[in-house]
Design a protein around this ligand. Structure first.
Ligand code: DX5
Ligand code: ZN
Length: 221
């Protein structure tokens, strides 16, 4: 079986009790903490920044923090998140003037790097930078909000991204973000994803462990 990772998006957590929420979801079996950064410019919503990432580290969170930058321009925030304790930093190509340089900045800072593709963004952005990418993140909704419906065309795009990764021979994770839950995680894995962001599907339930266990049971089939 593939090395599947489940990455709860804290966008749907109770921000008034964020440290406790992150501890609880990790104790429930989550692998990564998915950290959604929105700037009310690149996407129509405003969330959290490097100070909150730093606060989670100070609180004692040791799990990988998977920072998803939905901001424009990205470069200055990359440095701030490296300093704040991020583990993985992904950004949208539309948010960077110089994609190769932004990817290199992330790796130079000791983090894993990744590119994020909106539903209508072509995978051809990968053509000349595959050697600088540790993660490909396909959005299965238009970015900006939790709780949206999975766009079915993402399954075909996942297959294409999986083929690109296999052909390259590089060790690259394939993550999917938006509308992922117990009902569709199996089909999403079958299309080639190995890393699953889920916000509302986890945080809007009472028992995080029961939900994550059910997701893993779907992945084991
Ligand atoms: C959307 C964010 C997602 C979002 C996922 O722009 O990048 O990470 O929180 O939320 P759900 O799982 O509820 O679709
Ligand atoms: Zn995200």
């Amino acid at each position: 079986m593939a090395d599947y990772k489940i990455a709860p998006s804290i966008l749907s957590a109770d921000f008034a009790r964020l440290g406790e929420e992150v501890e609880n979801v990790l104790a429930a079996g989550a692998d990564y903490v998915h950290f959604d950064v929105m700037d009310n410019h690149y996407v129509p919503n405003l969330t959290i920044g490097p100070m909150v990432c730093k606060a989670l580290r100070k609180h004692g969170i040791e799990a990988p923090i998977d920072v998803h930058l939905m901001v424009k321009p990205v470069d200055r925030l990359i440095g701030d998140f490296i300093d704040a304790g991020a583990s993985i930093i992904t950004f949208h190509p539309e948010g960077s003037e110089h994609i190769d340089r932004s990817l290199q900045m992330i790796r130079d800072g000791g983090c894993k790097s990744g590119l994020v593709f909106n539903p209508a963004t072509p995978l051809s952005y990968l053509d000349y930078v595959l050697d600088k990418v540790d993660m490909i993140l396909l959005m299965s909704v238009n970015p900006g909000f939790g709780g949206q419906k999975f766009i079915p065309g993402t399954l075909n795009k996942l297959k294409q991204a999986r083929a690109i990764i296999e052909q390259s021979g590089y060790d690259i994770r394939l993550e999917v973000d938006g509308g992922v839950g117990i009902a569709n995680i199996g089909a999403i894995a079958a299309a080639g994803a190995d890393t699953f962001v889920a916000g509302s599907a986890i945080f809007n339930t009472d028992d995080y462990k029961a939900t994550i266990d059910k997701m893993r049971a779907e992945l084991a089939q």
